[in-house]
Ligand binder design. Structure first.
Ligand SMILES: *[C@@H]1O[C@H](CO)[C@@H](O)[C@H](O)[C@H]1NC(C)=O
Ligand SMILES: *[C@@H]1O[C@H](CO)[C@@H](O)[C@H](O)[C@H]1NC(C)=O
Ligand SMILES: *[C@@H]1O[C@H](CO)[C@@H](O)[C@H](O)[C@H]1NC(C)=O
Ligand SMILES: CC(=O)N[C@H]1CO[C@H](CO)[C@@H](O)[C@@H]1O
Length: 489
């Protein structure tokens, strides 16, 4: 078990800064003997935005004056990205969670900040931003907290109640929260892109914070921040948190992956995989290489993700037998379902217990998946587990009927390659779909899914994702398994 998160106390102000106090002490000492150092002093204090000014007070030497230095703010937004809106704020930034307001204090007053990257028609004095990464999806975005950013004069901004000396990252934990794929795609990976380069010295301010979620993914969150995440909406009675830098929104590049050319320090999906290995203490960095293995005769281990409802493998025992014949040591599991209970704990035992269970399941799932060299799964969120496979492992996605081949490729085909793994896609035929039991051979559901796509995505979901199981044609599937064996040599 890893040590629990260091829960540093929040709101350390400049007054608690020991090195600064020592510096002040040393300078005070010097100044008593050398009044000529005055000018130098002014230079130091002016050059240190964020720290209280040091002023000379006749007989008593220096004293700290709680007068905030207000630098020229700089605001760089990106409202053009198709996946998420993001604003980077620098200067005197004050965030009041209870009203979802973000104040950028400008010495010259409202509208006097250098703001770039707003959308067409947006007002650079005051604008809104929804800090969630599914920007194009109106239905889900409707439920996301909206932040209002205001560029104001010092007198118009509420006074700070807490000062932070690390930057803030503000985002929403709402939306598709709770769906395994979306937790990684919309939340965890964007959070990694946006904050990993800060080395833990970042304060998360989370709108719509779900306590159970933070518990479930505690290893991941604690690897990204040294501070307890603040629930923005429930943040005290009008708490006003002050920062020198803040990022509103999370950056998102591509499905379940990272574009290193666009991420700070060029962090990549391989870095993300290493991060997961560190956080979950996963032992295997690389999959087996059967040709130069130290243990000759060890078979590559294959995990077949067996779902319990919808998109099941109807002939699972035959598939397992085939994989064993081809040369795998095979395990079937649905990985994420809760362990079977022998006793029934009281119903509605609360979200804390559910969170504990989720947390334990993450530890179990990551360790289990990491022990395999190859994974086979039907399209669906169970494939998200591929993130815990060792590098060089092979992922096989079985894509059901319904013209979902390229969607499936985007969602789960690119990420393995970005993580130095191999990927094979097996698109089933109508004969391998249980839809061919439910519909006549000439039915449009089987022959031409495109009009159904055009009609509505929820119909696609209902028919192709909701009513379909697969019965793999073993003659057709065998060469895929043989290719996996070859790739692991
Ligand atoms: C505003 O900032 C951008 C870079 O962030 C800079 O190129 C531009 O010159 C600045 N404009 C003003 C008016 O300071
Ligand atoms: C922007 O909003 C401010 C305050 O709400 C208003 O005074 C100003 O006229 C607006 N500017 C534009 C260009 O609409
Ligand atoms: C499955 O479909 C994808 C997307 O159309 C395609 O790139 C891939 O080659 C197909 N796989 C096979 C084995 O035909
Ligand atoms: C910070 C950093 O290293 N950025 C580099 C990431 O990669 C792109 C393109 O490969 C470079 O242009 C950046 O300088």
């Amino acid at each position: 078990m890893k040590p629990a998160a260091r829960s540093k106390k929040q709101g350390r102000g400049a007054f608690c800064n020991l090195p600064l106090l020592l510096l002040i002490g040393a300078i005070q000492f010097l100044v008593i003997y050398s009044p000529a150092i005055d000018r130098y002093m002014v230079m130091i204090t002016n050059g240190k935005p964020g720290f209280p000014s040091l002023l000379l007070d006749g007989r008593r030497g220096f004293k700290l004056v709680e007068e905030e230095f207000i630098p020229e703010p700089r605001v760089v937004c990106d409202f053009a990205d198709p996946r998420s809106d993001v604003c980077e704020l620098e200067g005197a930034i004050r965030i009041r969670g209870s009203t979802s307001e973000v104040f950028v204090v400008a010495p010259g007053g409202g509208g006097a900040a250098n703001v770039t990257g707003l959308g067409a028609g947006m007002n650079a004095t005051s604008w809104r931003i929804q800090p969630y990464t599914r920007k194009g999806e109106a239905r889900v975005m409707r439920g996301i907290t909206e932040l209002t950013v205001r560029v104001v004069a010092a007198g118009e901004a509420p006074a700070c109640t807490v000062r932070h000396d690390v930057p803030a990252v503000v985002y929403s934990n709402g939306g598709y929260c709770g769906n395994y794929y979306h937790d990684f795609n919309d939340n965890i990976i964007p959070l990694f892109i946006t904050s990993r380069h800060l080395g833990g010295e970042v304060q998360l301010l989370v709108a719509q914070k779900q306590q159970w979620w933070f518990h479930k993914y505690r290893e991941i969150v604690d690897g990204l921040t040294n501070y307890e995440a603040v629930d923005l909406g429930g943040d005290g009675a009008g708490e006003v948190r002050c920062f020198r830098r803040a990022t509103l929104g999370l950056r998102s590049h591509k499905d379940l992956s990272i574009d290193p050319r666009r991420s700070p320090r060029n962090l990549s999906m391989v870095d993300f995989k290493r991060f997961l290995m560190w956080r979950y203490a996963l032992p295997r960095e690389h999959a087996i290489r059967t040709d130069d293995d130290d243990e000759p005769g060890r078979k590559p281990r294959m995990l077949i993700i067996a779902r319990q409802s919808r998109r099941r493998f109807m002939n699972l025992p035959e598939i397992v037998a085939l994989a064993e014949e081809v040369g795998f040591d095979v395990t079937t599991s649905d990985v994420m379902s809760p362990p079977k209970k022998t006793t029934t704990s009281g119903a509605g035992s609360g979200s804390a217990a559910a969170g504990d269970e989720g947390h334990a399941r993450m530890a179990d799932a990551s360790a289990l998946v990491n022990s395999f060299d190859a994974m086979v799964a039907v399209h669906g969120s169970g494939l998200t587990n591929l993130m815990f496979l060792p590098m060089n492992a092979v992922v096989v996605q079985v894509v059901p009927l319904g013209r979902m081949e390229s969607l499936a490729m985007d969602e789960y085909g690119v990420p393995p390659r970005d993580m130095n793994m191999r990927y094979l896609q097996y698109n089933i035929t109508a004969e391998e779909s249980t839809l061919s039991d439910a519909y006549p051979r000439t039915h449009p559901v089987l022959l031409d899914p495109m009009p159904i796509h055009k009609q509505s995505w929820s119909l696609v979901k209902d028919i192709y994702l909701g009513q379909q199981d697969v019965r793999l044609d073993l003659r057709r599937f065998r060469p895929v398994l043989e290719k996996v064996i070859r790739l692991l040599r």
